[in-house]
Write a protein that binds this ligand. Structure first.
Ligand code: FES
Ligand SMILES: [Fe+2]
Length: 450
């Protein structure tokens, strides 16, 4: 007999999660609607579509979408499937066009406000006058627009659900940690630019294993020992430079979590020999930190290394500085995408050093990411068998020991090593899976005063 969601996810009493949720096809289908059909999903960065009529192919769950900037500079997210007979309309990863023409029968859809009233509207239909006798309702057969789109400091987010709370409420105070990745390192707002392209690759693992890893799994350091031994870090030591005062901290009512530092305990990138292989870069980070402290003073400031925004967006704020997001393909296969960030006004030498380090670290050819992929893929495979899928994963570390973080709304911390953050992720997952609409998904009172 099928287990209920509460039986599958028992993170509060037993601290366990059923392996079924990582391998079961029916649950996967339910996730597409209940999680990916409702949550705010990261779909890209404005830096991927800098000019009018630029587009970037993205995804929301298993649905292909087009992120595009219209002639007036507005960003839109459109479902990438022709309304005539479903052909995938746009098949290039990125480009520039005013009109998307379907390769199957030639219908074309435009985002240009001079040609159509709304972006994605059906603009031209071959044989409209003759074969259709001018009777086709073009206004009705335009591309489907994703109803909710919000941009936060260059990051583009979309939700299929009209009832989803505003993005800032959804992020809660996790936003402060996201700021660390998106703001100029010296504290001015925004300023992170995308360098290089988008890395894309597939891993034979359930999608949840990836945000779970990035939400706060410091415990798996052991599996990176070989990379640490190689010394790919910016100082030629370990896989990244040292980071003191690490805390796993999460926002249980939102399902987000982070490995970072408590407010005002930030230790900057450039301290104690970080980036030590290149003194010029090290000096740059020292200077920008000085400006940061001067500029922000007693304002809230935090630093972080890695975190996850429920459900599928993870980001690194320091070494490397990058956004990774996952697209589910099936219960046991996931596509991962990564973009890399630097301060847009950083000196070339800083950008270059970062770029080289990002390539050593991340993506399918990156040494650290390769370790992680192996863990996720084998854990998925070893949970698929008739016998093994009846078992549960253990998330008991630190259960019942979380403490509130007074400076942040709805945050708890649990020291350095614990599984509080993963429990928060699966608790949130269960809430989404059980709810029949956004109204049934608990949200903390909106309190953002910052
Ligand atoms: S499927 Fe696109 S025009 Fe027919
Ligand atoms: Fe890892």
């Amino acid at each position: 007999m099928k287990k209920s969601i509460d039986e599958l996810v028992d993170v509060d009493v037993e601290g366990v999660v059923a392996r079924e949720i990582f391998v079961d096809d029916e649950l996967f289908e339910q996730e597409l609607e209940h999680v990916f059909g409702r949550a705010w999903l990261f779909v890209g960065h404005v830096g991927l579509v800098p000019e009018p009529n630029d587009y970037f192919q993205s995804r929301m769950g298993t649905d292909p979408v087009i992120l595009t900037r219209d002639k007036a500079g507005e960003i839109h997210v459109l479902l990438n499937t022709c309304t005539h007979r479903g052909m995938k309309l746009c098949r290039s990863d990125q480009g520039n066009t005013r009109t998307f023409t379907c390769p199957y029968h030639g219908w074309s859809f435009s985002t240009d406000g001079r040609l159509v009233d709304r972006p994605g509207e059906l603009y031209n239909v071959p044989g409209y006058d003759t074969h259709y006798h001018s009777e086709l309702d073009k206004k009705k057969w335009g591309l489907i627009s994703v109803p909710r789109v919000e941009i936060y400091k260059g990051t583009v987010w979309a939700s299929w659900d009209e009832e989803a709370p505003p993005l800032l409420d959804y992020l809660g105070d996790m936003r402060l940690y996201l700021d660390y990745a998106l703001d100029y390192r010296d504290g001015r707002p925004g300023g992170a630019e995308v360098i290089g392209g988008v890395q894309k690759w597939r891993v034979q693992a359930n999608w949840k294993m990836i945000p779970e890893n990035f939400i706060g799994d410091l415990y798996h350091d052991v599996s990176h020992r070989s990379v640490d031994a190689v010394g790919i870090g910016p100082s030629g030591k370990g896989r990244r430079d040292s980071f003191g005062n690490r805390i796993t901290l999460c926002f249980p009512e939102h399902g987000h979590g982070v490995i970072g530092q408590l407010p005002f305990h930030e230790e900057y990138d450039g301290v104690s020999g970080n980036w030590g292989e290149n003194p010029e870069v090290q000096e740059y980070y020292r200077k920008v930190h000085e400006s940061r402290v001067e500029r922000l003073g007693d304002d809230m400031r935090v630093a972080m290394s890695v975190g996850t925004i429920f459900p599928s967006m993870s980001f690194h704020g320091r070494q490397p500085r990058t956004i990774a997001w996952v697209h589910p393909i099936s219960a046991t296969e996931t596509e991962m995408w990564r973009i890399f960030l630097v301060d847009e006004d950083a000196p070339e030498v800083v950008k270059d050093e970062a770029r080289r380090y990002y390539m050593r670290y991340s993506g399918p050819g990156g040494l650290t990411e390769s370790d992680d992929m192996e863990n996720w893929a084998y854990a998925t495979r070893a949970s698929k068998g008739w016998r093994s899928r009846q078992l549960f994963f253990n998330y008991q570390m630190g259960l019942g020991h979380a403490r509130p973080v007074p400076e942040l709304d709805n945050a708890v911390e649990n020291g350095e090593f614990n599984e509080e953050n993963a429990r928060a992720f699966y608790r949130r997952w269960a809430q989404f899976m059980k709810a029949s609409s956004w109204k049934e998904i608990p949200m903390p009172e909106s309190e953002h005063t910052r």
